[in-house]
Design a protein around this ligand. Sequence first.
Ligand SMILES: Nc1ncnc2c1ncn2[C@@H]1O[C@H](COP(=O)(O)OP(=O)(O)OP(=O)(O)O)[C@@H](O)[C@H]1O
Length: 254
Amino acid sequence: MALLEVNNLGKHYNGETKVLKNVNFEVGSGEFVSIIGPSGAGKSTLLRCINRMVEISEGSVFIDGQSVGGMKKKSLRSLRTNIGMIFQHYNLVPRLTVIENVLHGRFGYKTNLQGIFGRFTEKEKEKAFELLDKLGIADHAYKRCDQLSGGQQQRVGICRALIQDPKIILCDEPIASLDPNSSKIIMDYLKKITNELGITCLVNLHQVEVAKAYADRIIGLKSGEIVFDGPSKLLYQEKIESIYGFQQRELITV
Ligand SMILES: Nc1ncnc2c1ncn2[C@@H]1O[C@H](COP(=O)(O)OP(=O)(O)OP(=O)(O)O)[C@@H](O)[C@H]1O
């Protein structure tokens, strides 16, 4: 059984034009898949449907055999402990420290009261330090997050996702705000997570050349439809141009 199954997924916002149309694919454990496509193709919406940050309009999404669409609040909260999220703008709490932000990744396992009072076990704190150390930012543990560079903040985002013990990590343009050096560090870590921990990574990317360099498999979206799904090495220039259109040719260097 695939870890993620997306069946005939359709999505419209407010009953208007369909943003996703009949999207079908499966992703197995430990796969590193990149989703590419022009602006507005529906990449973010697809990730949001998978963890139900937005409601699914048609079709179904299964994670580990559980249907995401039909879930009540409590089951959804429990399911989401399996899904790490990494965002373009990090989504950290800027005035809190690095370590506090990482520990936020454990909220899904806490009662509301434990969460409010920030009650974390020694084991959780040790794990948080261990992760920060692995990502090379343990020295910053007690700094406020807004004192860190973008690349460092994204590493905090990765630690926050990992401390959840997720089965899958959804990354929505994780390097769109970063310079090339920081982007490489982040992509290397994401790849490492998949290779060493067997965690599935689904990564939305604008940069086709990065997707080709890192992903085993690429899914190309255009106007809400899958127009390519296959090994990265089979995504040829012609297909890339048909996904993005000729006018954007200069933006795509492969
Ligand atoms: N909350 C919303 N309400 C209404 N329309 C939305 C909403 N979110 C996205 N859309 C529309 O859905 C379409 C797909 O948007 P989405 O953000 O999923 O695309 P994307 O491929 O991730 O784009 P980008 O690469 O620019 O982030 C766009 O036309 C967008 O305007």
